[in-house]
Design a protein around this ligand. Structure first.
Ligand code: PGA
Length: 253
């Protein structure tokens, strides 16, 4: 049985103080939500204070990116160990904005996945096609290429620690969410690809999220699909009351 997992990707929003206030409100609003795993991914400067605020509770902390080296002359980068020291258990890797705004390659994504696992961080690996790729019927080709590259260094016994987020680029921040059926088709394809790379049993243990304009009003339709185990949420994670409602709706409460 895969436990539902809802991630809030704040992107480049919230000061440390605003972030601490948001998670305090969220925690009070949600109370003891044991049936869904909630992960908050703030910008780097807010990680440490939010990590302290969340310590001992059941809301988990994640980062939005990392660099694969442990330390050294890499101006502007943050290492896996630094994220752990802030209290992170998860890290988003290969988000479409990293790939398409900052030119991150499949090879770099693979190095980041490996570095995260080596430090005991759980990757939330993002994959997804551009609109132009969907329109010419290349969604599966793109998603397969991204998965095979990112997972090249991941061993069978590690795969269930990853969360895979299927995020069609055209649905991110646009209000144009994928239909639940289309998202399910790709999530199923992801699971079949994992079964091919590992085996069926291992693929069944991996949690797959949908991301792209998920809101309190539509989240339950995604979670109702057989291969979708959660959501990665941008805009709708920036207000505590909205995100809390989204999380409650995801479990049908
Ligand atoms: P959105 O972003 O919910 O604002 O569409 C999703 C994401 O980028 O993870």
């Amino acid at each position: 049985m895969r436990k539902p997992v809802i991630g809030g990707n704040w992107k480049m929003n919230k000061t440390p103080q605003e972030g601490v206030e948001l998670v305090a409100e969220l925690r009070d609003d949600l109370g003891d939500m044991a049936d869904v795993e909630v992960i908050i991914c703030p910008p780097y400067p807010a990680l440490l204070p939010i990590g302290s605020e969340l310590a001992g509770g059941n809301i988990k902390l994640g980062a939005q990116d990392l660099y694969w080296e442990k330390e050294g002359a890499f101006t502007g980068q943050v290492s896996p160990g630094m994220l752990r020291a802030c209290g992170c258990q998860y890290v988003i890797i290969g988000h479409s904005e990293r790939r398409h705004v900052f030119g991150e390659t499949d090879a770099q994504v693979a190095k980041k996945v490996r570095a995260a696992l080596d430090e005991g961080l759980k990757p939330i690996l993002c994959v997804g096609e551009l609109l132009a790729e969907r329109e010419v019927g290349e969604t599966e080709i793109v998603v397969k290429r991204q998965l095979e590259a990112a997972l090249a260094g991941v061993r069978g016994e590690e795969i269930s620690t990853l969360v895979i987020a299927y995020e069609p680029v055209w649905a991110i921040g646009t209000g144009r969410a994928s239909t639940a059926e289309d998202a399910q088709d790709v999530a199923h394809f992801i699971r079949r690809t994992l079964a091919g790379l590992y085996d069926r049993e291992k693929s069944e243990a991996v949690r797959i999220q949908y991301g792209g304009s998920v809101k309190p009003e539509n989240v339950k339709f995604y979670l109702a699909e057989a291969d979708i185990d959660g959501a990665l949420v941008g805009g709708a994670s920036l207000k505590a009351a909205v995100f809390a409602q989204l999380i409650r709706n995801s479990t049908g409460r």
